[in-house]
Design a protein around this ligand. Structure first.
Ligand code: IPE
Ligand code: IPE
Ligand code: MG
Length: 246
């Protein structure tokens, strides 16, 4: 496990969680606080994404999963959805070379059938081009909803049971995990949600069964390395029991 110096306790090494997941929330409120349109908040949010990826690499985090757009976010006004799609396009075009150069492996989870053709191509290109990288596993959840993910997994398994390819007894937790979009990714150790909201909003429901949650009052566009370190510091003080007696 990688270690770093904690800011709050400089002499003590801090355990870095292997997998950090983040619900990046508060772009709209950040913009409103400045009397600006919501899209300005999303734009500033992209900068925070860039900072967070960089800090994660520096801190030695192995897996970083970012919740960028939920299944439910399609219900937002068309103009906001369009702005978000434009930013996604721009991010993929502008950042891919840099992410690749820095050894970042990109994986997308979520229902990409709802994206425009050119965005789908950019997403595939990002995954293909970075598939051999090993420095940081960056998973971006886009048009993602955990209930939809679990439902899809159930449907796949049910088809195999109905056709006789699988027996009912073969339906195990492992099998369900193998049918989730996160197959091969360890469960998150730490989940951070910014903006002060304290809910999971349909993110990684199965995978976060034993995840430690940290809620930070900072709005996503203001999030930086110090907030990430603070959350890791908080995580390091938790006693994880996984249901057992320690
Ligand atoms: C998070 O910020 C970004 C997305 C969900 C795309 P919000 O847009 O939810 O910002 P608030 O919660 O309204 O402040
Ligand atoms: C969750 O934030 C989704 C993302 C951060 C991408 P929302 O802002 O959509 O969640 P609610 O509506 O506050 O639960
Ligand atoms: Mg929100």
């Amino acid at each position: 496990m990688a270690v770093l110096s904690s800011q709050s306790h400089p002499s003590e090494p801090l355990s870095v969680p292997r997998h950090v997941a983040i619900i990046m929330d508060g772009n709209g409120r950040w913009a409103r606080g400045r009397g600006r349109p919501r899209t300005m908040g999303h734009r500033a949010g992209v900068e925070a994404v860039r900072r967070t990826i960089e800090a994660s690499v520096e801190l030695g985090i192995e897996y970083l999963t970012l919740y960028g757009f939920s299944t439910e976010n399609w219900k937002r006004p068309e103009s906001e959805v369009n702005d978000l799609m434009g930013l996604l396009r721009l991010f993929l075009k502008r950042e891919l070379a840099n992410l690749h150069k820095n050894g970042i492996k990109i994986r997308i989870i979520g229902d990409r059938s709802r994206f425009a053709e050119d965005i789908r191509e950019l997403l595939s290109k990002a995954e293909q081009q970075t598939s051999e990288n090993t420095r940081l596993n960056l998973t971006i959840a886009l048009s993602y909803g955990a209930r939809a993910e679990i439902t899809d997994a159930m449907r796949e398994i049910a088809k195999k049971v109905a056709s006789g390819e699988l027996s009912v007894d073969a339906v195990t937790e492992d099998l369900i995990e193998q049918n989730l979009s996160t197959v091969g990714i360890p469960d998150p150790d730490l989940l951070i949600r910014t903006s002060g909201e304290q809910r999971i909003s349909n993110f990684l429901l199965w995978q976060s069964a034993y995840t430690e949650f940290v809620f930070e009052d900072v709005l996503w566009p203001d999030f930086d390395r110090s907030h990430l370190e603070k959350a890791i510091d908080n995580f390091a003080g938790r006693e994880r029991r996984f249901g057992a007696v320690i």
